[in-house]
Design a protein around this ligand. Structure first.
Ligand code: SAM
Length: 273
């Protein structure tokens, strides 16, 4: 029996019911989804709404349903059975015939592609071979990749043990708290030819059942590699995208901690002809 509990995507259906609750913020009101739809429509204006779009690691299908509502022929790929069951419920209740979900590992995306638009949110930093994945995405994306991801920083006292005790004491005395969230990343390392830091996902011996319960985590790889922002952007370019941007238009005052959390929205575009 699947667990149909929604952990993050609150969607309203035509019959007036919700995946989560009426009084919780709707995914369709998040600044991120509004920003992406505007970018696809206004900036990359050669992408008609009937274009194909893939949502990788789509969790409960909330973003996918918004893309389909905007007219994109949308495929969501999600590996966890409980998340996938939520996606299927969303699909049935949304009543959109150009929305579908497949239960699979995103590393198998070529089985379903290519797609005009790739939406990859909250996923790249859950992979242990992100550069190989970016190369695959570049082949599978005809026009635009929208990437929401954590990255790591080359200089990061929190993970490099450079934090001076005196400075820490002074900060405590002045009651200054570090704005940066501690993800317990490794020291800087080179992996797949780029620099980044390792992030621990779960114990190496975790069973598939235990992994199934970690609804937002990686799948099969017990650690993930967070590429530095610079190497991430260069890798997108060398994988075959002609233009690579970081976009900030979805940020508002309440969310300006995103930068402190080493998180960004990146747009990679192939020349539109
Ligand atoms: C942090 S959540 C992000 C969910 C969603 N994209 C969002 O932004 O709200 C990561 C999602 O990716 C899925 N995932 C992780 N690794 C995956 C893989 N190798 N193949 C398919 N899905 C994966 C997880 O099950 C989870 O749904």
């Amino acid at each position: 029996m699947n667990d149909l509990t929604y952990t993050a995507h609150n969607v309203r259906f035509p019959d007036g019911t919700y995946t989560m609750a009426k009084d919780l913020p709707l995914l369709s009101d998040r600044p991120q989804i509004k920003s992406i739809l505007n970018i696809l429509k206004d900036v990359a204006h050669l992408i008609p709404e009937q274009s194909t779009l893939v949502d990788l690691g789509c969790l409960e299908g909330g973003y996918a349903v918004e893309f389909a509502r905007a007219g994109y022929r949308t495929t969501g790929i999600e590996v966890r059975a409980n998340n996938f069951a939520c996606c299927e419920q969303v699909r049935a209740k949304a009543g959109l015939n150009h929305l579908k979900f497949v239960m699979d590992d995103v590393r198998n995306t070529p089985k379903y592609g290519p797609f005009d638009v790739t939406f990859c949110a909250g996923l790249l930093y859950h992979l242990d071979q992100p550069i190989e994945f970016i190369k695959m995405l570049a082949k599978q994306t005809n026009k635009v990749l929208v990437l929401h991801t954590h990255f790591s920083n080359f200089y990061e006292p929190m993970y490099d043990g450079f934090q001076s005790k005196t400075l820490e004491k002074l900060k405590r005395r002045l009651k200054l708290k570090s704005q940066k969230r501690n993800f317990h990343l490794s020291k800087i390392e080179t992996h797949e030819g780029v620099q980044g830091r390792w992030y621990g996902e779960f114990a190496p011996e975790a069973s598939e059942n235990q992994q199934e319960g970690l609804r937002w985590a990686s799948w099969k790889n017990h650690r993930s590699f967070w590429v530095t922002k610079e190497d991430l952007m260069v890798s997108l370019k060398s994988a075959g995208f002609d233009y690579v941007f970081e976009s900030f238009d979805h940020l508002n005052l309440a969310e300006h901690s995103l930068e402190a959390n080493s998180w960004g929205q990146f747009i990679a575009i192939k020349k539109l002809t």
